[in-house]
Design a protein around this ligand. Structure first.
Ligand SMILES: Cc1ncc(COP(=O)(O)O)c(C=O)c1O
Length: 421
């Protein structure tokens, strides 16, 4: 006969599987002596804690409702114009164009910087594929740059090595895509100094870092162009969307033109260039306006999540949190750490065991130079070691949502402690 008890050693998933097999909603937990020490209730145990979920404020519906009432159910419209203005003013930049995704914003940005077939573009290796894919959309070749330990972002030393190698081989990259990982700015001063010295524009992929700061200045405002994402998992969301920003009004004007099918100013439909359908809709921009009003709250909440993990688990030396240099004000989009190789349980096993407790954790981005789709592309490190490889092999992201309850956070911390100690 099937056993209908579990012990503390069983995971929540195993307990739930057992409940499903024997069609019950409650399950006793027994100790080594077979004594009942707890009772599991189905409704308490299959609550999944996700990595990062949307967190709406109170004004989003009003803006969306207004769009319905005025029948602005279209790409473009008053919410789009206002969202662009409000975001630009919040981050302290002159111009912004709202588009359908962060990926679209990167694609437009590269095209605006003149990236085309046969060009090469330097790009952070430790990132999501969307930082690099648009380089290929333009027929150009990505060349990947390693991270530094201090920030986990692009290593200025590796970047300089790449520029020097290019110069000695007689070529020059058309642009540099610098990613601000997990909500923390890259070390912009040395990176910009190198880009300026070699005369190459920088596109700042701030998809994950809206609301973060570098030396007191908003992340996303350092490059010739900056990009934000409002994907569903980001610090604020429009369900899907992006923004391209710049202090150069002509660039943003051209981004608007290209993102609305590059239509010439003629009475009929006339096109002298190939464009895209990349504009944001007036409804989604309404969601964005509401979300922008709570951005600072969301940043504070995510920073508090990180602080709680760090302080509550400070007695576990095998966990090494993503470092935050003095100049960094991270938005802590995700709380990320590496697990020491000396640990009995490594990051992959920890992710698996957390999944057994209905807690979603994910590996750190797999570096682009290791992706099958980019096999054979060039890759520069600062020295002999590849930092991004080490971070990928030992790193994981913990649930970090601004709408997690203190009880959920306590549960995660308790589970991590029981697995790692
Ligand atoms: C670093 C980075 N770049 C670009 C993107 C692309 O943004 P989107 O999903 O809005 O296209 C994302 C996230 O999705 C990202 O994390």
């Amino acid at each position: 006969m099937q056993s209908t008890v579990v012990t503390r050693a069983h995971s929540r998933r195993e307990a739930l599987d057992l409940m499903n097999r024997v069609f019950i909603n409650h399950l006793p937990v027994v100790d080594d002596g077979g004594r009942v020490v707890d009772l599991l209730d189905r409704k308490d145990i299959d609550q999944q804690i996700l990595l990062s979920t949307p967190h709406m404020g109170s004004a989003e519906r009003e803006y969306v409702e207004e769009a319905f009432q005025t029948n602005w159910i279209a790409p473009l419209g008053p919410n789009v114009d206002a969202f662009e203005r409000e975001l630009a003013s919040l981050v302290g930049i002159k111009h912004a164009a709202a588009v359908s995704s962060g990926t679209a914003a990167i694609h437009l940005g590269l095209r605006l910087l003149g990236v085309g077939p046969g060009d090469r573009v330097f790009c952070s290796t430790l990132t999501f594929a969307a930082s690099a894919n648009p380089i290929v959309y333009q027929g150009a070749e990505p060349v990947f740059i390693d991270s530094e330990r201090k920030t986990w972002n692009m290593s200025p030393l590796a970047l300089e090595r790449a520029f020097e190698a290019a110069r000695s081989e007689g070529w020059k990259p058309k642009a540099v895509v610098v990613v601000n990982l997990y909500g923390q700015s890259a070390d912009m001063d040395p990176i910009l100094e190198i880009c300026n010295r070699f005369g190459t524009p920088m596109l700042e992929d701030a998809a994950e870092s809206l609301g973060a700061m570098y030396k007191g200045r908003q992340s996303g405002t350092f490059g010739a162009l900056g990009v934000y994402s409002f994907n569903g998992n980001k610090i604020i969301t429009t369900s899907g969307g992006g923004m391209l920003v710049s202090n150069d009004g002509a660039l943003i004007e051209r981004a608007r033109f290209l993102s609305t099918q590059a239509r010439d100013p003629a009475p009929h439909y006339q096109h002298s260039e190939v464009g895209y359908n990349y504009r944001m809709s007036n409804i989604l921009a309404g969601v964005g306006r509401g979300q922008l009003m709570v951005l600072n709250d969301r940043v504070r909440a995510r920073r508090a999540v990180f602080e709680t993990y760090r302080s509550e688990l400070s007695d576990l030396p095998v966990i090494e949190w993503m470092p935050q240099p003095d100049w960094s004000y991270s938005n802590c989009w995700l709380t990320v750490a590496t697990i020491a190789t000396s640990s009995r349980v490594g990051s992959t096993e920890l992710i698996r065991r957390l999944a057994g407790e209905f807690i979603e954790a994910r590996p750190v981005w797999k570096p682009m130079h290791r992706q099958p789709v980019f096999a054979g592309r060039r890759y520069f490190t600062a020295g002999d070691e590849s930092v991004s490889d080490l971070l990928f092999e030992n790193g994981l992201c913990f649930p970090s949502g601004s709408n997690m309850t203190p009880q959920q956070l306590d549960r995660i911390i308790g589970v991590v402690r029981s697995i790692l100690s």
